[in-house]
Design a protein around this ligand. Structure first.
Ligand code: SF4
Length: 236
């Protein structure tokens, strides 16, 4: 059964405590509090890689959920395989009900170009929703400096949709802090970052961005879409 005994006052207190806490301390609290009912959700962006490295030392058996849409860059698949081996991850690859080819037969070719919300729903949101039902808390790599839409992300929030707790241990970290950690620990990262991609998702919907642009620039550039639908506005 989901752990629903969190009250608003508890969340306020936790957020006050965690606002200045190190991510390792937040992860330790979560691993102790939720044990095997805790999962990390990552698309192997830099913040996710830092989280994986810290968790591999704190709670190495934590399930790691990643969405394999079938439309990731070869560089992303290579990075996932490398980190799975190096950190001995308990990796669970979530796949949509339909392959890319089956989706094209059912909804027409290149659904992402005509209706990216429906495509993201089929290939990301539904598979993750189904999986997250089994956990009491989940960790994400959202940070406040990534975009205007993420600027008020809290460290701990009640996830109404999934009826569990959503943790953003790196909410207060900056891009620079993430890269300092990655380099200090000689961790691999997606080589597409060296080619001007600030954020990397499915290849049909991801492009390089101008230097200094929003961290989410380059995603769904031909539409007003900025999020895939996994990260709904928080309710604290
Ligand atoms: S990011 Fe693009 S290709 Fe990937 S699921 Fe969303 S719309 Fe489809």
């Amino acid at each position: 059964m989901p752990d629903t005994d969190f009250q608003l006052s508890q969340l306020d207190q936790l957020n006050a405590e965690f606002e200045k806490a190190a991510p390792q301390d937040i992860l330790k609290w979560a691993a102790t509090r939720f044990g095997e009912r805790l999962a990390l959700v990552t698309s192997f962006q830099p913040t996710g890689i830092v989280t994986l490295h810290m968790l591999s030392e704190i709670a190495p058996h934590t399930p790691v959920l990643t969405l394999d849409t079938g439309l990731l860059f070869p560089e992303t698949y290579a990075l996932i395989n490398e980190l799975e081996q190096r950190l001995n991850l308990n990796l669970i690859r979530l796949r949509p009900a339909q392959t890319v080819e089956q989706q094209a037969e059912a909804h027409g070719p290149e659904l992402w170009a005509r209706n990216p919300d429906q495509c993201c729903n089929l290939r990301k949101v539904i598979p993750l929703d189904q999986s997250l039902k089994g956990y009491d808390a989940w960790i994400t790599g959202l940070r406040r400096d990534q975009s205007e839409g993420r600027s008020s992300v809290q460290v701990v929030a009640w996830d109404q949709k999934h009826q569990n707790l959503k943790l953003c241990p790196f909410a207060t970290w900056t891009e620079e802090m993430i890269w300092l950690y990655l380099n200090a620990h000689e961790l691999p990262y997606n080589r597409l970052h060296d080619q001007g991609y600030p954020s990397i998702g499915c290849y049909p919907c991801t492009q390089p961005a101008a230097p200094g642009a929003d961290k989410r620039a380059g995603r769904w550039v031909n539409s007003a879409k900025t999020e895939c639908g996994i990260h709904l506005p928080q309710k604290s």
